[in-house]
Unconditional design. Structure first.
Length: 596
């Protein structure tokens, strides 16, 4: 009888001494979230509910050809081995293999302890126990599991019921806040990789006294591979974006100059609330501070909304480039910070003009077209003159606010120039009997307000009465000449608030000085032959006072105060030339000629 009591006492002691915390059973007790590199585990239905494991759901992990591929957990505290010394999990493996269970200090990967176990019976559930009897408490806060350790064979593994000692005390306790410097040992910075990245906190290779994040974009990484800082909970205080204050900075070390780096901020509890922006590195193998302006959202991504709380950040190195293109790439980053106020754009009475010819006359750096995604504006051949290039404005009918737009690097001084001139072509093939209208609009806005820029908008509408021909329109903004905040111009055709597809074209947009301008201030010169081999004529040239010819770089190559009947081009190199003329009536005339 005493022997029985002794056995019961031993059993009771073992149970109490080895109390097990359920890290994840992939059913009701998913207390910790498994991550992975290069692939993260997913929760799936148990593929073989039999033997020692008949639970409904299990973890699935796909092993790829990366030799050190693994699944892992990041803990918010240090493992306490006074609550137990053994980690256990159930595994279903398609092959006989080694499973390595590793514990690390997540802030210093050189501090670790590991235990291997063999799977000798494939294609059935087995339980593996990993005893860490010699490990010290208060040291480890990262769990790493290698299935089929140190090989490069593709396989799919299933695992379940991961249990082990509890973790508590001595671990990170301070929240992650901006600026993120990676210097505080009491902060769990919560680096989470996805798409094939592998990140860790290391000593700065250029300065041993500094601690930084190191990110490897592996050879098999996805184009969108990235790394989140702040873990799943994000920053306790949202990034304080307000109009005019939308900048963030990150110190970056890149092996190449010109590397595209994207920064994304989002709401930690709603990934649909996000904004992304992108810029490039400028130096190689050296630290530099990169500035990200969230008013300049990346193409195809949402605009900033000042009513949202952004409290989570992710960084993407060599964005939109798969790892297999560039091979394995190593980056370092530090000092992620909210930089605050955007520098005010200069107020300038500068040329605002574009003819879509790349001949040096255009000054608009980048056109965008929204329908509904914001993409680069398409330039095509003029449907009435193949030698001319114009902007293509095609409404798909799926977006009621279709528009073309650009943002300047300066604010427009409307006291000097306040009349926009544009040529438009409205085809008769459009159906104008419903919501679609024969109207053109130009709107001026303040881009610093992002999605709320429309609240500052001044709009002028013009009717287009002639179809199937180029029509010159003028939009007089002299009534708002005292405004000094406009840097964005929006062009809209066919009206808004409807879903009618249509095709339009536009060309030769220019912001003009109002002095001496009439409603027909600029007209198109009638030039023939065009293309020209040795000369061209201007119809009714006797009413012209001056004529100037400009090459593709914007250099004036000819100037006539007495306009001849025909103008020789035999001495000019082949190419496209811009012709500008002033009439005795004070009006201006323009066209282009192709010299062959």
């Amino acid at each position: 009888m005493k022997k029985i009591h002794l056995i019961l006492a031993i059993v009771f002691f073992a149970v109490t001494a080895q109390a097990q915390y359920i890290y994840n059973d992939f059913d009701a007790n998913q207390n910790e979230t498994f991550l992975g590199w290069p692939n993260a585990p997913t929760v799936v239905a148990n593929p073989n509910p039999s033997g020692i494991n008949t639970s409904a759901n299990v973890g699935q992990w796909v092993r790829t050809t990366e030799q050190w591929a693994h699944a892992y957990l990041l803990l918010d505290g240090k493992i306490d081995f006074t609550t137990g010394q053994t980690f256990s999990l159930k595994v279903w493996s398609p092959i006989a293999c080694v499973v390595l269970f590793k514990l690390e200090d997540k802030n210093n990967g050189a501090i670790f302890v590991e235990v291997p176990q063999n799977i000798t019976t494939p294609n059935q559930w087995v339980q593996l126990n990993f005893n860490f009897a010699t490990a010290s408490s208060g040291v480890y806060d990262k769990i790493v599991i290698f299935f089929d350790f140190a090989t490069t064979t593709d396989n799919t593994f299933f695992f379940d019921d991961v249990t082990g000692p509890e973790y508590s005390g001595g671990g990170p306790s301070n929240p992650v806040v901006l600026p993120v410097t990676f210097e505080d040992p009491l902060i769990n910075y919560g680096l989470i990789d996805f798409g094939g990245n592998f990140s860790e906190i290391v000593t700065d290779p250029t300065n041993p006294s500094n601690t930084v994040a190191k990110t490897i974009k592996t050879a098999l990484a996805e184009p969108w591979a990235g790394t989140t800082v702040g873990g799943t909970a994000g920053f306790p205080t949202p990034i304080p974006f307000v109009p005019g204050s939308t900048l963030m900075t990150v110190d970056v070390w890149s092996p190449t100059a010109g590397t595209p780096i994207r920064l994304k901020v989002e709401a930690y509890n709603d990934p649909n609330i996000s904004v992304e922006t992108e810029t490039n590195t400028t130096v190689a193998n050296a630290w530099e501070t990169i500035t990200f302006d969230f008013m300049n959202e990346a193409p195809g991504t949402a605009e900033i909304n000042f009513g949202y709380s952004y409290n989570k950040a992710s960084i993407f190195f060599n964005f939109d480039t798969p790892g297999s293109v560039a091979g394995e790439q190593t980056y370092y980053w530090d000092n992620m910070a909210f930089a605050g106020e955007n520098p005010e754009k200069p107020l300038m009475a500068a040329d605002v003009q574009d003819n879509f010819e790349n001949d040096g006359w255009g000054t608009i750096p980048s056109w965008k077209f929204q329908d509904p995604e914001l993409v680069d504006l398409t330039i095509v051949n003029d449907p009435l003159n193949a030698a001319n290039h114009v902007a293509n404005y095609t409404r798909s009918g799926s977006f009621e606010w279709t528009n073309a737009q650009f943002i300047l690097e300066h604010r427009m001084d409307l006291t000097v120039r306040n009349i926009f001139q544009i040529r438009v072509l409205f085809p008769s093939t459009n159906n104008y009997t419903g919501g679609l209208t024969q109207k053109a609009a130009i709107k001026l806005q303040n881009s610093l307000l992002g999605g709320n820029a429309w609240t500052t908008q001044t709009e002028i509408l013009q009717d287009v009465t002639a179809l199937d021909e180029w029509v010159t329109l003028q939009f007089d903004f002299s009534s708002v000449s005292d405004r000094t905040d406009y840097d964005q111009v929006v062009v809209q055709f066919g009206g808004e608030g409807h879903f009618v597809p249509a095709q339009f074209y536009f060309d030769d947009i220019e912001l003009l000085n109002p002095v001496g301008i009439s409603s027909n201030e600029i007209s198109k010169l009638d030039i023939s032959p065009n293309p020209a081999n040795t000369y061209f004529r201007i119809t009714n040239s006797d009413h012209l006072k001056t004529v100037e010819v400009f090459n593709i770089t914007g250099q004036r190559v000819m100037n006539f105060n007495d306009v001849p009947q025909q103008i020789s081009v035999s001495s000019l190199p082949k190419g496209i030339y811009s012709i500008k003329a002033t009439g005795y009536d004070g009006l201006q005339y323009v066209n282009k000629v192709v010299v062959q």
